[in-house]
Design a protein. Structure first.
Ligand SMILES: [Fe+2]
Length: 540
């Protein structure tokens, strides 16, 4: 028994399962349970000679500390997610063994009628996360789900399937959110999102931030800047133990994309901001992408392959919304004219450069030509609209090279495609800039009379930047220089979108303060409405 204990503690147990099984075979069930509790982690009940699957694990603490989530709503299928982590901030506290996790789906939150159930394997290779792709559900309806492992039960989550392809849908409500820096505030906006009971929630990225702990902030990261897989896992765990974030996930299915901080600030493909050799940075990217997959309710199609991961994909909600999810980080050309902002940067409009990469652009353009739903929604991370900051602040930094402003040939190709293929009612979603914007999208942003090809809703941050203010100090100058901008708020919050066959209405919601615990409801700072068939947005 003591030799078994040594093997277990050293994490080498599964390196020699035959030895381990022989040791287990000499123990009674009671002795096995004793081993488990004394070791403080997990014990096994699998018979000698089995595959090493822990069907009856015993945990020292709650294994469901990271909550539950669902995502990728299809008409008959959603992804159900959890990750076993009894010691969430210290690598998870799980042994290097496979663990069986049960799941159940019911039509009501009380689980009186379980309609589907099964088991999944939480594997150490994936940080003991599980991504169950449940199929056989009915389109366009709510479900509730939960997990079991070792006699412990998870919290209950609500999810909702998408309507069947092409089926008539009168209305949907969805949230748009992103940029939750743990250190700069409380995730109150996630709690308010949870109370919205959305049909789905689109996350525009910056789910975590990679930086080190910083003193004198509202709360602290742990340790240095993150680089390794274990670093990233612990960072996700820190964020996911926040009850407000957990509540948002349990309230509705998420459709996620990433921005830069899931890996490193302002990275572009294999280029980071520290001049790291690309082959070295890709090792970090591989760790970051794996941790992202492990913690998001994504399908197997997004499983990472080394430093690469397919994140661009499509979802459809009956005849109301066709959603294309983009990845403008992994496949982009390096930022032009340095990292930050520039004024006269010829490379920013070089048609050889791309923010999507050739394959993704081709995929998107194919989809835009085939879109048939009332609203063609393009969900992504960085603002697509032009933002001319003018010469007032600094004449050398008029345009941000990290946004679509740094890839204007990509933007013009996309707008030309929207126009040429008569894509129905394009709506672009973005985040990244930590303030709300609503903007019309124009073929030529320098010409106020230019044709409008779509409307963009840019969500502010959940917390990044701290409390914020009603409007940025530069707002009046920005609006004068960028007449396509229709709305702005510099407070924290999220967007609540209501789509019907007639209109798409975006309510820009804000939280009064994020540096203190705030019990007040979210406020509507303003709203924009787009009428189907009419270009542009209007306030209401
Ligand atoms: Fe951000």
């Amino acid at each position: 028994m003591y030799s078994l204990q040594v093997h277990f503690l050293e994490g080498s147990m599964c390196n020699d399962l035959r030895l381990y099984d022989r040791a287990l075979a000499r123990l009674t069930r009671r002795e096995l349970m004793n081993v488990a509790w004394k070791l403080g982690a997990v014990a096994v009940m699998h018979p000698p000679g089995s595959s090493g699957l822990l069907a009856q694990p015993a945990f020292r603490g709650d294994p469901f500390t990271l909550g539950v989530a669902s995502g990728e709503p299809w008409p008959t299928s959603v992804v159900l997610w959890t990750r076993l982590a009894p010691e969430p901030l210290d690598g998870g506290g799980m042994p290097t063994a496979n663990v069986e996790v049960g799941w159940e789906v019911a039509r009501e939150s009380a689980f009186r009628h379980v309609i589907l159930k099964g088991t999944a394997i939480a594997r150490p290779e994936l940080g003991h996360s599980v991504h169950v792709e449940v199929d056989g559900l009915e389109p366009g309806r709510e479900y509730w789900y939960r997990f079991h492992a070792g006699g412990e039960a998870s919290a209950v989550g609500r999810t909702k399937t998408a309507a069947a392809a092409g089926a008539p849908v009168d209305a949907l409500r969805f949230g748009v959110c992103g940029c939750s820096h743990y250190e700069t505030g409380y995730f109150t906006a996630f709690q308010r999102i949870a109370q919205e009971n959305f049909d789905f929630i689109f996350h525009t990225g910056d789910y975590i931030y990679e930086g080190p702990e910083t003193p004198n902030r509202v709360r602290q990261h742990r340790g240095r800047e993150i680089y390794t897989l274990v670093d990233y896992r612990n960072r996700y765990a820190l964020y996911k133990t926040d009850p407000d974030l957990t509540a948002a996930h349990a309230s509705a299915p998420f459709v996620v994309t990433w921005d830069d901080h899931e890996v490193d600030n302002d990275y572009a493909d294999s280029i980071d901001e520290h001049d790291t050799p690309p082959e070295a940075f890709l090792l970090r990217r591989a760790a970051a992408y794996q941790a992202y997959f492990e913690h998001m309710p994504l399908r197997k199609g997004s499983m990472p392959n080394g430093p690469s991961m397919r994140l661009y994909r499509s979802l459809a909600f009956g005849n109301l919304i066709d959603l294309s999810v983009l990845d403008t980080r992994q496949h982009r050309s390096d930022q032009a004219c340095g990292f930050g902002a520039a004024t006269n940067c010829a490379a920013a409009s070089d048609p050889a450069r791309s923010i999507l990469g050739r394959e993704q652009e081709s995929w998107l353009f194919d989809r835009l030509a085939k879109a048939r739903a009332r609203w063609t929604v393009i969900g992504q991370q960085v603002p697509m609209f032009a933002m001319d900051r003018g010469p007032d602040v600094n004449p050398n930094v008029r345009f941000s090279m990290d946004k679509w402003d740094g890839y204007t040939a990509s933007r013009q190709r996309t707008f030309a495609r929207l126009k040429d293929s008569r894509t129905p009612n394009p709506i672009v979603l973005s985040g990244d800039v930590h303030v709300h914007y609503g903007s019309d999208l124009k073929m030529d942003f320098t010409n106020p009379k230019s044709e409008i090809v779509g409307v963009e809703f840019t969500n502010t941050s959940i917390t990044s930047g701290g409390d914020g203010r009603p409007v940025a100090a530069t707002w009046d100058a920005l609006r004068a220089r960028n007449p396509h901008l229709r709305f702005h708020s510099a407070k924290r919050g999220y967007i609540a979108c209501a789509a019907t066959q007639a209109t798409m209405r975006a309510e820009f919601k804000v939280i009064e303060r994020v540096t203190v615990r705030d019990e007040a409801p979210a406020q509507v700072a303003g709203a924009l409405v787009v009428e189907a068939g009419r270009p542009g947005s209007s306030t209401d």
